[in-house]
Design a protein around this ligand. Structure first.
Ligand code: ATP
Ligand code: MG
Length: 510
């Protein structure tokens, strides 16, 4: 007989009348990896938050290792061996790895002795599962991938036998994701039971033993993953139809040069160059894709191109006009829209409602205010229209940004930036965390903007995305553009080599 680590039965959870989970059944076989799939807002995070004791369901039962339990808070869940790594990390940035792991744990022998003990166990755990991380490093010095390892290590340190990972690969580079999957397999072989939420179907096919699919809060299917399972089987279950995406052959871009970036330099706090003489231009109605391994200056380039950080030297010319020296509000006024990588820090005002978030950059414009007074009707109408157009799932436009699902938060930013009639869009990971349908919709929207003459810089960790919609592809490496190629005559191998720092035309050393 199968033995189950988790059995959830008839789980219903409502938020102010909005049903996030509706009579959901979910079972996790001991020692297996279980994929949890569903469109944005389907109820995946909510179901897992219930299993982790963060929310209490209105209806339903939960059994852990065969025994019925009531989970009133995460401490109770952790005591039963359940651990969760959230969609948005919960680490304290100025503290070290060890200090973070000790947070919330009762001190038995005084903090100093505890620290040595925790550090020793941390080293043992990282050795066992190949989770490399420096215990003394401060969180803010770590890459996103390393921070995730810290989250996983603290969950393991607290004795988790059941691990919930909410979209862990959304923030990882492809190389880091491969590493994470090796680690998950090691854990499974060690008898741990793992739940993996993801929008990337190939990940489910690669690693999951079973899958459960949610749609609109209901469980619509679930099955073992076999070698015969295909991506379209999973899409069908998830969306109820196949997603076909045929981007029509786009006409060549003939617009005049709009944005010129010339010898742009930026130095970090240690006076080391993060942007080291960046040169490129974008025409009217052109999409330039920027490929590169995360951490090679992409984030900083976006910050300088949107006025969030002053450059050390160089020029940014928009239709011939210098932008350097302007404030972020000046960049917005000139028509530079920005889809930021980190929606929590720079994208949204989490405590504000959807309608406000949708106009937050334009509240002074005549569209939404008159003589300093806000036009509430216009603001509400705008929200209503965009909620519908972008299929943003929420209880209403008065819902707060913080109460939306991860993907729906991203859609708010996209809707706001794309409809601000920009001249340039700086899009950093625009489809991160979006389900397949929404991803295709956003790519189509970017193409629509292109057709209307908008110049777009598309930064993406997804090479497929870059190849699908860019006119030209630039590769960034250590703060420099290593080459810009026409999308028509470029190969993935060539881009890959440049991403690794090999100049265009050079041969990789054997
Ligand atoms: N704290 C909350 N208050 C009000 N509504 C909420 C809250 N948390 C979630 N919801 C709503 O419940 C629904 C399901 O959200 P959930 O976060 O579980 O979706 P998800 O499947 O994880 O989506 P995504 O793929 O976008 O992360 C959404 O409509 C969301 O707005
Ligand atoms: Mg979620």
């Amino acid at each position: 007989m199968q033995s189950y680590a988790v059995e959830m039965q008839g789980i219903t959870k409502r938020f102010k009348g909005n049903v996030a989970n509706n009579q959901v059944d979910f079972r996790l076989i001991k020692g297996s990896i279980h994929g949890l799939l569903g469109e944005n807002g389907a109820g995946k995070t909510t179901l897992m938050n219930i299993l982790f004791g963060l929310y209490q369901p209105e209806e339903g039962q939960i059994k852990i290792n065969g025994s019925a339990v009531v989970l009133n808070n995460p401490t109770q869940a952790m005591n039963l061996g359940i651990g969760m790594v959230h969609q948005h990390f919960m680490l304290v940035r100025p503290m070290t790895v060890v200090e973070n792991m000790m947070l919330g744990l009762p001190s038995q022998r005084g903090p100093l002795l505890d620290k040595a003990k925790v550090e020793a166990s941390l080293r043992e755990l990282s050795g066992k599962y190949n989770l490399k991380v420096d215990p003394k490093a401060k969180i803010r010095q770590l890459s996103v991938g390393e921070q995730q390892r810290v989250e996983i290590l603290s969950v393991l340190y607290r004795g988790a036998e059941i691990l919930i990972l909410d979209e862990p690969t959304a923030v990882l580079t492809p190389q880091e994701s491969t590493e994470l999957f090796k680690i998950l397999k090691l854990m499974r072989d060690d008898g741990k039971s793992i739940i993996l939420i993801t929008h990337k179907l190939e990940e489910i096919l690669e690693i999951a033993d079973e899958v459960t699919v949610l749609r609109d809060g209901c469980r619509v299917g679930g099955e073992p993953i076999t070698p015969a399972t295909t991506k379209s089987d999973l899409t069908n279950l998830m969306v109820g139809r196949e997603i076909v995406c045929n981007f029509a052959e786009k006409p060549p871009c003939t617009g005049k040069t709009r944005l010129v970036v010339d010898q742009l330099m930026l130095k970090d706090e240690h006076k080391l160059p993060v942007l080291n003489g960046i040169n490129f231009s974008i025409r009217e109605g052109e999409i330039v894709g920027l490929a590169g391994v995360d951490g090679n200056g992409q984030k900083e380039l976006c910050e300088v191109l949107t006025g969030l950080k002053p450059s050390s030297s160089g020029k940014i010319l928009l239709d011939g006009q210098e932008l350097i020296g302007k404030k972020p509000s000046g960049f917005i006024k000139e028509g530079i829209a920005h889809i930021p990588e980190d929606r929590h820090k720079t994208g949204l005002a989490m405590g504000f409602d959807i309608a406000t978030n949708l106009i937050i950059k334009e509240y002074h414009s005549p569209r939404f205010s008159f003589r300093g007074l806000l036009n509430f009707k216009a603001i509400q109408d705008n929200a209503k229209r965009l909620l519908e157009e972008y299929k943003i799932k929420a209880s209403g436009q008065e819902a707060k940004a913080k109460d939306l699902s991860g993907g729906n938060q991203q859609k708010i930013i996209l809707a706001r930036e794309i409809t601000s009639s920009p001249r340039v869009i700086i899009a950093n990971q625009p489809t991160r965390g979006l389900d397949i349908g929404a991803t295709m919709y956003v790519r189509e929207k970017l193409m629509e903007q292109r057709a209307q003459g908008v110049s777009i810089l598309l930064i993406s960790a997804d090479l497929e995305e870059i190849l699908q919609i860019s006119d030209r592809i630039a590769v960034i490496y250590e703060g420099q553009i290593k080459g810009i190629m026409d999308n028509k005559n470029v190969s993935i191998e060539e881009i890959g080599m440049m991403m690794a720092g090999v100049e265009s035309g050079e041969k990789a050393a054997c």
